[in-house]
Design a protein around this ligand. Structure first.
Ligand SMILES: Cc1cc2nc3c(=O)[nH]c(=O)nc-3n(C[C@H](O)[C@H](O)[C@H](O)COP(=O)(O)O)c2cc1C
Length: 205
């Protein structure tokens, strides 16, 4: 699976999805991938950001990192999309990034890649599945190869989400549950394995 190109493209306000994204990146690197970890551009007004200490801190911590560019997605074999839930839906910042990909969609540059998603919520039934399903509407329109984890590993019975990976914020430092971390490792390995098999099998349709 060496040299599989993995792009982790995500949005995070207060750092939880960011921690999930960084863990996924570390797992992909461990598996031999070339990784691009990219947060999409922030769209919220500064007044909203500064009114929330955790949000302001996260923006400050990541201010020197490059925003996700179009090329980060078109470059990749595997695209992992991460978003916190927003009323059971995809965060507008990630949606804005995806909605900017019309020309690449038209050129067929978004199709035939492996895609999967991850999310985080505040509450246990706060929109894990609806957020991922909403995200996947876009992936389907891309002609993406959606790789669901299902229950293909014992960790999925711990973390509990066959649609992708999801986390309910814990009270720990970065808010990510151990089961979500393990499920991310599994999702990364599974998506890389599918991408690698497609490549070695000559898939190009
Ligand atoms: C406007 C808004 C809407 C949200 N909607 C939900 C929701 O529907 N269900 C839920 O459980 N959490 C909801 N949350 C909480 C976040 O999705 C949750 O805290 C997430 O883990 C934050 O991720 P982040 O730290 O990466 O920003 C909402 C937060 C905001 C600011």
């Amino acid at each position: 699976m060496t040299d599989v190109k993995v792009a982790i493209i995500y949005y995070s306000s207060t750092g939880t999805v960011d921690a999930m994204a960084r863990h996924a990146a570390a797992m992909a690197e461990k598996g031999g991938a070339v990784v691009r970890l990219r947060q999409v551009a922030e769209l919220a007004p500064d007044s909203a950001i500064q009114a929330n200490e955790d949000w302001a801190e996260h923006v400050e911590e990541t201010k020197d990192e490059p925003d996700a560019a179009v090329d980060d997605l078109t470059w990749a074999d595997v695209v992992l999309l991460g978003t916190p839930t927003r009323f059971g839906n995809v965060a507008s910042q990630l949606k804005q990034y995806l909605d900017g990909l019309g020309p690449e969609w038209q050129n067929g540059e978004l199709a035939n890649k492996v895609y999967a998603g991850f999310t985080s919520t505040k509450t246990a039934h706060g929109g894990h599945e609806s957020t991922l399903l909403a995200l996947y509407n876009t992936v389907i329109h891309f002609g993406g190869i959606l790789v669901a984890p299902g229950y293909t590993d014992p960790v999925k019975f711990e973390e509990g989400n066959p649609y992708g990976v999801s986390n309910t914020e814990t009270g720990t430092d970065d808010g990510v549950a151990d089961a979500a971390r393990d499920a991310l490792e599994h999702l990364v390995a599974r998506t890389m394995s599918v991408a690698s098999a497609l490549r070695s099998g000559g898939f190009a349709a």
